[in-house]
Every structure is written in structure tokens, then in C-alpha cells.
Design a protein. Structure first.
Lengths: 316, 281
């Protein structure tokens, strides 16, 4: 796999390209243009960036007002603050009022590493999944990020998209079809399926490669849209492979894993199943990759979970 | 519309507010009565918006941040023809769009509100868009006074001044009461005029029940070029019904049958006097 750019940079580049084509496209930031890689956007298109200062509630409320007046708005702020501090504005001013604001959560998950739990967003899928009229997307690589931003710029409903700031491996050919709500199968396989979202898809791909060498054929599905979930892709995985492991840079509560588990249970599907994410604790101190690895979100960690789950399945 | 005709409308609006609250057996009586004169003047003498122009990008916008006083807003919108007046009778009913806080499912409502401290930021966004598009609409936001304890109001106030939004007109319904008691005893707001001035607003105080003063003050906005305007409307919660005035109990209280007929008698007397003066004029 070839290493690309941080998804954050792809967002900023794509937003700039789109904004140059449409003067009604605005970016709103809460002292976050630097961390959002939007400094050059601000220099090149100063009339299309609005600064609110460190005030996420105000950021989201203003974004709703702008969208109400017909603007296409990306509201950009670190995911941790955007989806916690401004949750009520997201719920009422954007979702309930049905203004198609695009909420961009940057440096998501444990991207901020050793800065600690104040800066981690491990609650955002859970919080936003429970809000009606909210689409949630976590693109995996540069391709998915570019396609996500292009797709949501014209999306008639509110969307929350989140990603991190480390360079990402390219996972897809650039002619891959991308649709919000439609998962992408990255690797085909018949023994076990990893259903992952965001930048953890690359970890699942790496785990699948480890397991291939052991004769275990893993499918890897990029479930980039967490809400609405691609139910068909999930049910196909349950039908066509023997076990499912969900992978997310999020609390194991309320995120992708529980969404998948709920669907499978209600469809009467019983299958060996594990949710891999951050357990219900304040994370160990470390860099993003150290934290993820600590909790089994690594090629080796995921491969070990897969071996264990398949062993259980064979015994069962 | 003449001043006395507007005054008569205010009385009739108060009658409607009480009627629909009584019928729904729920409602924010005191706050609706304190802001109804402001809404009357805005919708009948100030705002450039009508059922025909409600989708016009150049229309004036009104956002009621103190969403709980929704009965006042529904009453005025019905009178202005945004929807048939009979719809008011469904307030709070199963499957009605007429909820206890404004939603855009009701024609004429610009923004869903109800949680406090939200309306001003949305108004700032609308005013910013107006500036960017060089449209000449104005954005009017009605805030409650108790609501100003929400810090987000002040975040929005900072931004309004920072961007010089003189197309933004903020009205504070300063009735001095909130659900727990007097605002100055709960978490004091004063000196409120100086606070908004320090935040960069041009502030004018007005008697929020004096129709002529309200008309005159809204005719003078913006009060200063390059600054958002703040109308500090001194009001009385429960205004217009003697036993409801300035009484914390009526924040969210439904009149019993006796109170209801007493209130209607008071309002009918006020209406009769005004109708008489219209006939003689």
C-alpha cells in the first residue's frame, strides 16, 4: 500500500476546490483554521471563511443561520469540542431545524493522543446516532475523504463527517464507486469479515493480510457511513462469512459495533461477533497509534481477535 | 394601521393567547403576555414578511429565541394569515404541528427554538449571510431576560459586534421574572444596558408595552451604523391581566375557569374602550 496524505489535508483541498466553484460555499471555524489546514483557504478566499473564535456553540448556531439563508456551510472544529460542547446546537439548530449544515469533526477519535481525554472524541457516533436527521460519515482514506466532501457539499440534509490527521494508506482504486450509505468492500474473503470505519479500515486491511498468510481469508468492509448503516452489506457479511469483527476509533458503546449488533440481533442472525474499539475507560496515555495498539486496534491485535473468534466458532 | 388599531390588536391577541392556553391546558402565559405588544408591532408595522413573501430571500427574518412564549407567536402569525386561525385550536393536540415551542412545520416560523440561548447565534448567521449577499433584509431576534444566563447568548453577541452586523436587531423582553423568581435574585443581569454596550451593541430602552414607542424605536434601527442594535424592552410579565402581572406563578400556569372569565372580562373592557375610541376618531 502506498502512503497518502492526512485525510484532514484532503478535506481542506477539496473544500477549497469546491469553494472556488461556488461563492456561496462557506467554511466556518472556531479558531480552528490552522488545525483544520484551512490557513491557505483563508488567504485565497477570505470572503468565504467565517471565524467565530473559540466558541463551538456559536459556530454551530451561526452555521445554521447561514444555511437557513441558502449558504452551503462546512462548520469545522475539533471533533471532541464540536460534538460535545455544541451538541444541543447540533440537535436543535441544525438537525431539528433541518438546516443542511456539514459538521466537520477534525482530529477525531484519539488523534490528539497524549493531550488526553478532553481532546478525544470517543462519544461522537453514539451522541449523534441518537439525533434524528443526522447522517454520520467516517471516511477511511484520501479517496473516501475526497468523495465524502464532494458528496456532502450538495447533500440536502445535515451531515457529520470526522477524520484524523495522520497520513493514510490508499485503500481504493480511484475509479471505485462511492455513495453515502453504501459500504465498500476493500478485500473479499469468506472466513471472517472486518467491518470497520474511518482510519481503522487500514488496520483491518493490515490484519487481513497477516491472516491471509495463515490461510484465513478475511473480508474487509469500509462502513464509512455509520448512519444510515448499509444493512445489506452487513447482512451479506453475516451470510457469506463465519464471523464478524467491528472496528472503530470510538467507545465500544453506542458506535458502529452496537449499530451492527442491533441489526443482526433484530434480523435473527446469530454469528460469532466482537466489537473492537476503546473500552469504557479514560485511555492510557500515549500517541494515537500507541493508544490504538494498546486496545487491540492494530494489525496484530485484530488478527489475534480474529483467530480467537474463529476458534470459538469451530468449537461451537 | 393606526396606533389605536394596533392597541386593539394587542388586546385581541391577549384574548387569543389565553383562549388557546386554556384550551390546550398548557402554556407559558406570563411570557407570552409580556412580549405580545412587541410581536404585534413587529408583524403589523415593521417586518417585511407576509405569507406571500415567506420564501423570498429578501424577507426580514424574525427568530424567537425565547421559544416558550410560542402562543404569542402563533397568535400573531395566524392573524397575519400564515395559516388558518382554526389551526390554533390544535395547540398541543396529538399529531398537531402546533407544539409548545416554535417549529418550522408551522408556516411563518423561521427557526425551531425552545432550548434557550440558541436564537442569537442563528440570527448572527442570517445577518452575516445578508451582508455577504448584499441583501437589505433585517434579522430580528427576541430574547428573554432569564435566557441571558446562557453563555452562548454572549458568544453570539461578541460575534454580532465583531462583524458590525447593523442589520441585526435584538430585542430583550426584560420582564424581570423567570420560573424560579426575580432575575436579579436568581442570577443578576444588571447592569444589562451597560453589558450590551460593552459587548459592542447600540442600545435603546423602550417601554415594551407602549405601541407608539415601539413603532418609533423600530423605525430608528440601526441605532448606529456598523453596530448591532439592541432594544431593551421593559415589560411586565403577564401584562394586561391585573392578577397575572409581575407574578412568578404565571410563568407557566393555566387559568382555572374563574380566573379565565375574570381575565377575559378585563380584556373585553379594554377592547370595548379601544373600539369606542376608534369609532369616535
Amino acid at each position: 500500500m502506498e502512503l497518502g496524505q492526512p485525510n484532514l489535508e484532503i478535506f481542506a483541498e477539496t473544500a477549497l476546490t469546491l469553494a472556488r466553484q461556488d461563492s456561496h460555499l462557506l467554511v466556518v471555524t472556531s479558531d480552528s483554521r490552522g488545525s483544520g489546514k484551512l490557513t491557505s483557504f483563508g488567504q485565497l478566499l477570505p470572503d468565504q471563511i467565517i471565524e467565530t473564535g473559540i466558541a463551538e456553540q456559536n459556530l454551530v448556531g451561526i452555521a445554521a443561520g447561514l444555511a437557513s439563508a441558502g449558504k452551503r456551510v462546512f462548520a469545522v472544529s475539533p471533533a471532541c469540542f464540536l460534538t460535545a460542547r455544541a451538541l444541543e446546537q447540533i440537535k436543535n439548530d441544525v438537525a431539528y431545524s433541518d438546516h443542511p449544515v456539514k459538521l466537520i469533526g477534525i482530529s477525531a477519535g484519539v488523534s490528539y493522543g497524549a493531550l488526553g481525554s478532553t481532546h478525544h472524541s470517543l462519544h461522537d457516533y453514539a451522541a449523534l446516532r441518537a439525533i434524528h436527521n443526522m447522517t454520520i460519515v467516517a471516511p477511511a482514506d484520501n479517496f473516501e475523504t475526497r468523495e465524502t466532501i464532494r458528496a456532502i457539499a450538495n447533500y440536502p440534509q445535515p451531515v457529520y463527517a470526522r477524520f484524523g490527521k495522520l497520513p493514510q494508506y490508499h485503500l481504493h482504486p480511484t475509479d471505485t464507486a462511492f455513495t453515502i450509505g453504501k459500504a465498500i468492500t476493500v478485500i473479499e474473503g469468506s472466513d471472517l469479515t472486518f467491518i470497520a470505519c474511518g482510519e481503522t479500515v487500514a488496520l483491518a486491511v493490515a490484519a487481513a493480510r497477516v491472516l491471509t498468510d495463515e490461510g484465513i481469508a478475511c473480508r474487509v468492509v469500509s462502513m464509512h457511513t455509520i448512519k444510515p448503516l448499509d444493512e445489506a452489506a452487513l447482512l451479506a457479511a453475516a451470510r457469506e462469512t463465519r464471523a464478524i469483527i467491528t472496528v472503530e476509533e470510538h467507545s465500544i458503546y453506542g458506535g458502529l459495533g452496537e449499530a451492527c449488533a442491533a441489526l443482526l440481533m433484530q434480523q435473527g442472525v446469530a454469528i460469532p461477533f466482537r466489537i473492537i474499539g476503546i473500552p469504557d475507560e479514560y485511555t492510557v496515555t500515549g500517541s494515537q497509534m500507541e493508544i490504538l495498539t494498546h486496545y487491540g486496534l492494530s494489525a496484530e491485535g485484530l488478527a489475534a481477535t480474529a483467530r480467537q473468534l474463529l476458534a470459538v466458532e469451530r468449537m461451537g | 394601521m393606526t396606533e389605536v388599531e394596533l392597541k386593539l390588536k394587542s388586546v385581541e391577541y391577549r384574548q387569543t393567547i389565553l383562549r388557546i392556553i386554556k384550551q390546550a391546558n398548557a402554556g407559558h402565559t406570563g411570557g407570552s403576555l409580556s412580549c405580545i405588544d412587541i410581536l404585534n408591532v413587529l408583524y403589523n408595522a415593521v417586518l417585511r414578511v407576509s405569507p406571500q413573501t415567506h420564501s423570498d430571500p429578501d424577507r426580514d427574518r424574525y427568530i424567537q429565541s425565547k421559544g416558550h412564549s410560542v402562543e404569542a407567536l402563533y397568535t400573531v402569525l395566524a392573524d397575519r394569515g400564515f395559516f388558518p386561525a382554526e389551526a390554533l385550536d390544535t395547540l398541543g393536540y396529538y399529531q398537531s404541528h402546533f407544539i409548545g415551542h416554535p417549529t418550522r412545520k408551522v408556516p411563518g416560523v423561521e427557526q425551531n427554538t425552545g432550548a434557550l440561548g440558541h436564537g442569537l447565534s442563528v440570527g448572527v448567521g442570517l445577518a452575516l449571510a445578508g451582508k455577504k449577499d448584499q441583501r437589505d433584509y433585517r434579522v430580528y431576534v427576541l430574547l428573554g431576560d432569564g435566557e441571558l444566563a446562557e453563555g452562548s447568548s454572549w458568544e453570539a453577541a461578541m460575534t454580532a459586534a465583531h462583524y458590525g452586523l447593523d442589520n441585526l436587531v435584538v430585542i430583550v423582553d426584560r420582564n424581570h421574572l423567570q420560573i424560579t423568581g426575580r432575575t436579579e435574585e436568581v442570577n443578576s443581569l444588571e447592569p444589562l444596558k451597560a453589558k450590551f454596550e460593552a459587548f459592542g451593541f447600540a442600545v435603546q430602552a423602550v417601554n415594551g408595552h407602549a405601541i407608539d414607542e415601539l413603532v418609533e424605536i423600530f423605525n430608528r434601527v440601526p441605532f448606529a451604523a456598523g453596530k448591532p442594535s439592541l432594544v431593551l424592552a421593559h415589560t411586565i410579565k403577564g401584562k394586561g391581566v391585573s392578577f397575572m402581572e409581575d407574578t412568578v406563578k404565571w410563568h407557566h400556569h393555566v387559568p382555572n375557569d374563574e380566573e379565565y372569565s375574570l381575565a377575559l372580562r378585563e380584556l373585553e373592557a379594554a377592547a370595548l374602550a379601544l373600539r369606542g375610541s376608534i369609532q369616535w376618531s
